[in-house]
Each structure stands twice: as structure tokens, then as C-alpha cells.
Design a protein around this ligand. Structure first.
Ligand code: GDP
Ligand code: MG
Length: 598
């Protein structure tokens, strides 16, 4: 295909604005998939993606489009993830294409991730075609949203496509706009040595690692011996092909084209996104500027509820890590929870997705400890050590000062909820950086400690704004603060899995809340149980769970044996989800619930 007939693009949008639905329509209208194979959100393959309606891993698809000008064009769509945790994946897939469709829900308008994603596209020098979606809904207000796009983002929206990805209205205009408004790929040279970008990779159970590539110069074909310029690995190419969206082998991939290669690569870790792929024999001279590796920022312990599941869990975690190089793990032992893993994630959604997959796909019940960030501990001599787990916090007397990671959070919210949002940010030790208003919406920018955001900030934000706020963040660096380790003692024994780092000024409040919660969550025992929060040896909050007074079956007025049996069985089932700490049993859900602040 000549370059002039290729268009490579991505779709950027805030979550739920209709990106996946639009992709489906584009695929459907061009007959890329037979009607009977069409199902909603074709590109969102994983169950969790479908259920939550989010796109996690970027996917690609090649569409042949006979345009009105009489030519057939090859359209390569890269579907990017929409969630904040995967901002990095968005940035890297943007480098592989020349243009973006900016999808904005015409009933909602510009949201925080619309901004974040469109700025990423602008940074990648994309041509941008605005698309206003959901015009089938009575609440849609294309004129207002058009104005907003121009005011807030600063791009011309006068010729925006008005569409309904749901009903199919306006989709032909989108296809024409892709061909007419987006540029073809930059001039490449098929005769030059191979230079291709490694865009993404994923693990396929049967085929091993599949690498998504974008060819810049040269030609990639089956049988080639390739070298990854950064990692130095060399491989024999077994297959090259394109996604239509099913994998379809092709003879070769030339300049401007996007497709996959399969070269018996064992692990996703052996493929570095942003690496340059070239031929071993006749390599290209200069590598592409690489991307930074994604680094986990949120850590937590994952432990099997049933200690017998540990080996299965290890297998499952290794398998998941094969497909996700941004997920890290190492073995951890906890006095309270036994053997498990300390895992690192790009963010909270990433954490939830991995946890869900372990439970659902591998059938392992898990206890999750409090998510934590990486603290920088400095000794009095100024030497730095990274703390991934509050349980490893050394004695305070050996620590000079502690720095914590901070983020710049952008929150967009209708005016009427602004007060609640500002209050929430204040409570979480936020510093206001900016506050502006655009078309009935406020945009608040805060400098916040990541530590205060990782647990339930997003949930709280959604609840105080009835779901109307949108949120995006980026890391901005480390700053010193007055941080301490708070321990929780149940029946005078510290429960390491509940230890956390907190700001000194908020310790009493957090400690009190934790003790009160635990008092509700831990069932009564035959004896009195003190529940305490402490900093070092100093107790800062205390509750007492009084002893059980009566036999639990007493309320089943004597005679009814079957009810009595049922109750005992129910208790037994409930027990499975308990953990024994000394003489006390703590239900598994306590580890997460105790940390929620409301
Ligand atoms: P994404 O998160 O941007 O990929 O959004 P989805 O494509 O998953 O769409 C989010 C929700 O909006 C789904 O429930 C869709 O069915 C719905 N949706 C998408 N496009 C339209 C549209 O044009 N009209 C209406 N009424 N609903 C739509
Ligand atoms: Mg989607």
C-alpha cells in the first residue's frame, strides 16, 4: 500500500464517552468483521474490561475503507486505554500514529481525562479530529461542547463530526474525516535497513509473546532475524500479520504499516516498549528515542486466605506477570498473614484488575493489605533507602527525615459540587495550585500526597459529587513531611498487615477511625479484646471489644434442631474467611474495610 493510502490513528476520550463503541462501529461499517461475529466492544477482550466498561490494554485493528474519492484506504486504529493508571500506555501508542479522533460525549462535555489524553496527542504532534458522540440523547448539547473544546483545549471544533456511536448516525462522516483530515504516515524507505517501533506486546497462551510493531523504514517479513536495539535480544520471526481484528498473517509489513510479529519470545519482559526493532545482519544506524519504563507506584501485600493456595497463587502471579511487565511482585512473609506477595502496580485500578483476575480466573481468595506508596527514608547522614512496606519501617531514632511522593491532580466538576471537592482535597493535605471556571464547570488543580489518594480518594470524590467529577493525575516528585508509622494492636499484639504510614497530624484521627471500625468488624470472643493504635510505644487511640455474653445458638429457641445446625454451618463457613491472630480471629474483609475513611 502506498503511504498516501494509509492512515494511522487512535481514539482519545474520557472514560465512557464512547471510544470502544465508536471503534466497533468503524469496524462494522467497513465490513471488517462479519455481522454475525459482531458483539459490543469487540476490542475490549478481557472479561474485566467488558464488565467495567474500560479498556486496559491497547489493541490494534486494520480496516480497509473504500473512500468517496474512489480509493481504498488502509486505516490502522490503535485503541488506547482510557484510565489514569495507564496514561503511560496511551503516551506510547500515540507515538506510533499520526492522528487522533477526539471523542467527547455531547451530554457531558470535556472531562479531566479528555484533557489529559488530548494533550498527550498534541504532544505527539497529532492532527486531531473532534467527534461529538451520543447526539441521539436528548440531553446532548453539541453547541456548548463545541465551544468548550475550543475554549478549554484550544482546537477548532467548527467542523466536528456529530455522531451516535450507538445508532450509527454520522459514522460515514468520521471515516471520511479520517481520510481527508488526518495525514498519511511520514515518508519511509522500504529499501533502507529495517527500523520499526515496538509499540506494545502481549502474552498469548498458544503463541507466546506477540509484539505490536510500527514499521518506519525497511520491510519486516517471516524468516527475518531481528534484533531489539535496546535489550540486544535477537529472534527469528515466525510470522508477521495484522489484526482484522482476528490475527491474519501477511507477506510483509512495510513503511507506515502497523501489525504484529511473533518470534518465539518467552516473556513480555524481554520486549521493551519503545525499543527499536531492526535486522541483525543489516541494522539501521540510529535507534528511535526510547520511552521511559513504567514504574509501579502503588504497592500492597496479597495473601491467600487459605495458606494451601500459596503455590497456586505463585503460578497465577507468574502467569499474570508474563503478560504485564508493569506489574511487579516479590515474596513476602507476614506474621499475621503468612506467606504471600508484595506487589507493585501502576495505580489503584491496576491493582484491582490484577486482584480480580487472581480471584476470578484462578479461583484464589485473597487478603489485600493497605495499599502503600514508596517512601524515601533518609538516615541522619543523608543516605537514602526506599520503603515499600510500612511493616519494614525501622526504628524512628535511626531515621533523619522521610519524603513522600506527591501528585498534581486535575479535577473537573460542576460548580455546585466544588465546595465538597475542595473540602475533600483539604482533608487529604492538598495544596491548591489552580482554580478556573469554564462553561459551568470548575477545574481545580491540587498538589496532593499520593499516599492520601491511593486508597479511597477516587471513591470519595465520586460519592461527594454524585459521580459528576472527573479526575486525572501525574506524579510530580518527592517532598519531606512529618510522617510516622502507625501500628495497630489487637489483644496487645501488633498486626503487621494493618500497619500504615500517616502524617503525624492525622494519626490520632486515623487511629481512632481504624479502632472503631475494627471493633465493629471483629466478632466478639469469649474474652475482652483491646484494640489500639500506636506510634512507637505510644498508644494514640483505643477501643475495647467486650466479651461475648451468650451462646450464639441460644437465640434459636431451643427446640429447632435444623435451624441450630444451619446457624452453626453458617458460622463455620464464615470462619473460613477468618484469620487467627494469637487468640483472636479477624475476618478477612477487615483488612480492607478498616482503612476506608468515611
Ligand atoms: P469508552 O469507555 O470510551 O470506551 O466508552 P464505551 O464505548 O464503552 O461507551 C460507554 C457507554 O456509553 C456504553 O454504555 C455505551 O453503550 C454508551 N454509548 C456509547 N456511544 C453512545 C451513543 O452514541 N449514544 C448512547 N445513547 N450511548 C452511547
Ligand atoms: Mg472502552
Amino acid at each position: 500500500t502506498p503511504l498516501s493510502r494509509i492512515r494511522n490513528f487512535s481514539i482519545v476520550a474520557h472514560i465512557d464517552h464512547g471510544k470502544s463503541t465508536l471503534a466497533d462501529r468503524l469496524i462494522q461499517l467497513t465490513g471488517t468483521v462479519a455481522e454475525r461475529d459482531m458483539k459490543d466492544q469487540l476490542l475490549d477482550a478481557m472479561d474485566i474490561e467488558r464488565e467495567r466498561g474500560i479498556t486496559i490494554k491497547a489493541n490494534t485493528v486494520r480496516i480497509d475503507y473504500p473512500a468517496k474519492d474512489g480509493n481504498t484506504y488502509v486505516l490502522n486504529l490503535i485503541d488506547t486505554p482510557g484510565h489514569v493508571d495507564f496514561a503511560y500506555e496511551v503516551a506510547r501508542s500515540m507515538q506510533a500514529v499520526e492522528g487522533s479522533l477526539l471523542v467527547v460525549d455531547a451530554t457531558q462535555g470535556v472531562e479531566a481525562q479528555t484533557l489529559a489524553n488530548v494533550y498527550t496527542a498534541i504532544d505527539a504532534d497529532h492532527e486531531i479530529v473532534p467527534v461529538l458522540n451520543k447526539v441521539d440523547l436528548p440531553a446532548s448539547d453539541p453547541d456548548r461542547v463545541r465551544e468548550q473544546i475550543e475554549d478549554v483545549i484550544g482546537i477548532d471544533a467548527s467542523e466536528a463530526c456529530l455522531i451516535s456511536a450507538k445508532t450509527g448516525v454520522g459514522i460515514p462522516d468520521v471515516l471520511e474525516a479520517i481520510v481527508n483530515k488526518l495525514p498519511p504516515p511520514d515518508e519511509g524507505d522500504a529499501d533502507k535497513p529495517l527500523k520499526a517501533m515496538l509499540v506494545d506486546s502481549k502474552y498469548d497462551q498458544y503463541l507466546g509473546v506477540i509484539v505490536i510493531v510500527r514499521v518506519i523504514d525497511g520491510t519486516l517479513k517471516k524468516g527475518d532475524r531481528i534484533r531489539m536495539m535496546k535489550t540486544g535480544g535477537t529472534y527469528d520471526v515466525d510470522d508477521v500479520g495484522v489484526y482484522r481484528p482476528a490475527m491474519t498473517a501477511v507477506e510483509s509489513l512495510g513503511p507506515g504499516e502497523i501489525g504484529y510479529l511473533n518470534a518465539s519470545i518467552k516473556q513480555v519482559r524481554d520486549t521493551r516498549v519503545g525499543d527499536t526493532i531492526t535486522h541483525e545482519k543489516k541494522p539501521c544506524e540510529t535507534a528511535l528515542p526510547g520511552f521511559k519504563p513504567s514504574v509501579p507506584v502503588v504497592f500492597c501485600g496479597l495473601f491467600p486466605v487459605d495458606a494451601n493456595d500459596f503455590e497456586d497463587m505463585r503460578d497465577a502471579i507468574e502467569k499474570l506477570a508474563l503478560n504485564d511487565a508493569s506489574f511487579t511482585y516479590e515474596m513476602e512473609t507476614s506474621a499475621a498473614l503468612g506467606f504471600g506477595f508484595r506487589c507493585g502496580f501502576l495505580g489503584l485500578l491496576h491493582l484491582e484488575v490484577i486482584r480480580d483476575r487472581l480471584e476470578r480466573e484462578y479461583g484464589i481468595e485473597l487478603i489485600t493489605t493497605a495499599p502503600s506508596v514508596i517512601y524515601h527514608l533518609y538516615t541522619k547522614d543523608g543516605e537514602r533507602r526506599d520503603l515499600h512496606n510500612p511493616a519494614d519501617m525501622p526504628d524512628m531514632t535511626t531515621v533523619g527525615h522521610i519524603e513522600e511522593p506527591r501528585i498534581k491532580a486535575t479535577i473537573m466538576v460542576p460548580d455546585e459540587y466544588l465546595g465538597d471537592v475542595l473540602k475533600l482535597c483539604q482533608e487529604r493535605r492538598g495544596l491548591q495550585m489552580d482554580l478556573t471556571y469554564v462553561g459551568g464547570r470548575a477545574m481545580a488543580v491540587y498538589d496532593l500526597p499520593l499516599n492520601e489518594v491511593v486508597f479511597d480518594f477516587y471513591d470519595r470524590l465520586k460519592s461527594v459529587t454524585k459521580g459528576y467529577a472527573s479526575f486525572d493525575y501525574e506524579m510530580i516528585g518527592y517532598r519531606e513531611d512529618n510522617l510516622v508509622k502507625m501500628s495497630i494492636l489487637v489483644n496487645d499484639e501488633p498486626v503487621d498487615a494493618l500497619a500504615m504510614m500517616v502524617h503525624r497530624d492525622r494519626a490520632e484521627m486515623r487511629g481512632r477511625a481504624m479502632c472503631e471500625k475494627l471493633k465493629e468488624l471483629i466478632p466478639r470472643h469469649m474474652f475482652k479484646i483491646p484494640i489500639q493504635a500506636a506510634i512507637g510505644a505510644k498508644v494514640i487511640a483505643r477501643e475495647t471489644l467486650s466479651a461475648m455474653r451468650k451462646d450464639v445458638t441460644a437465640k434459636c429457641y431451643g427446640g429447632d434442631a435444623s435451624r441450630k445446625k444451619k446457624l452453626l454451618e453458617k458460622q463455620k463457613a464464615g470462619k473460613k474467611k477468618m484469620r487467627q491472630f494469637g487468640k483472636v480471629e479477624i475476618p478477612q474483609e477487615a483488612f480492607i474495610s478498616a482503612l476506608k475513611m468515611d
